[in-house]
Design a protein around this ligand. Structure first.
Ligand code: ARG
Length: 278
């Protein structure tokens, strides 16, 4: 048994899913013929928000907008490292307008260093900060050229990773950071190897030899869309296999029901934009 890990207090930005719907198909999880309930989505989202608050984190909220049913997935709208904000640019026209609402939120909340990208960039959907490196996914959404743009704007080293399975279309459906570290080799991550190209798997093995390797079963319930504060790991309620493995590594799994949001292809992390003030 590992020693208990130490959490750090986080600041998150979230968007209540009052206008949640599945009206269009931009990933393989979305099926507009299946019934969805905005009320159920709001209830599950509220539980997620309150879970973060109970864990001692700060949650800020942005107002949802009619006609933007995916706006609940705040992680796609900004990458913030050391107080620098890199906004987003969506691939799907249906989501394009979300980026400006978030840009305005950052302006109104006193952020001065805000850059809107030229390249398609779905923010923390495809970017994961390890404390020293920005892991960056591409293949379905974020343009590979956005990786270089993020490196330049944020001033952090970027490691590009190629996603190959359309069900795991964003990096945050296939990988998340369990514990950040300023020393590159000490950060801990968990990922689902089959979501990555052979070359990217070799990169991950080289940089993170101690990573937790997830299975198909973990990935299918959005278990790789977890949110860790360094100790507490918020996971979908179905991800118990992964939860047990994390428990043995000294983490504390905290389960939430996100079944309604999964109908749009999202989970806990997708709903959670982390603000790293620096
Ligand atoms: N329906 C949304 C889309 O396909 C879901 C986004 C989920 N967000 C995430 N960070 N993976 O864009």
């Amino acid at each position: 048994m590992q020693a208990m890990r130490v959490p750090t207090t986080r600041r998150y930005l979230m968007c209540p899913p009052r206008f949640f719907a599945v009206d269009y198909v931009i990933n393989p999880w979305m099926d507009p013929t299946q019934p969805v309930s905005a009320d159920v989505a709001v209830a599950q989202w509220t539980e997620l928000r309150d879970t973060y608050r109970r864990l001692g984190h700060t949650v800020e909220e942005i107002d949802p907008q009619p006609g933007l049913p995916d706006m609940v997935f705040a992680a796609n709208s900004g990458t913030v490292v050391d107080g620098r904000v890199l906004g987003s640019r969506f691939r799907a026209p249906q989501r394009a307008a979300e980026a400006e609402h978030f840009r305005r939120w950052f302006v109104e909340h006193g952020y001065r260093d805000i850059t809107m990208p030229e390249k398609i960039n779905e923010a923390e959907g495809d970017f994961a900060w390890t404390g020293s490196l920005l892991l960056a996914g591409t293949g379905f959404r974020t343009d590979p050229a956005a990786h270089a743009e993020a490196q330049e704007v944020l001033g952090v080293p970027v490691v590009s990773l190629q996603l190959v399975d359309p069900r795991y279309y964003h990096l945050d459906t296939a990988l998340f950071v369990l514990a950040e570290a300023t020393d590159t080799t000490r950060a801990q991550i968990v990922y689902y190897p089959d979501a990555f190209s052979a070359g990217s798997r070799r990169v991950l093995e080289r940089v993170f030899p101690d990573a937790v390797l997830a299975t198909k079963e973990d990935a299918e319930c959005f278990g790789l869309n977890g949110v860790s504060d360094g100790r507490n790991v918020v996971l979908p309620v179905e991800a118990t296999r992964l939860g047990e493995i994390l428990l043995a590594r000294g983490y504390e799994p905290v389960y939430v029901d996100i079944s309604e949001l999964r109908k749009a292809g999202g989970g806990p992390k997708c709903c959670t934009l982390e603000i790293r003030k620096g």
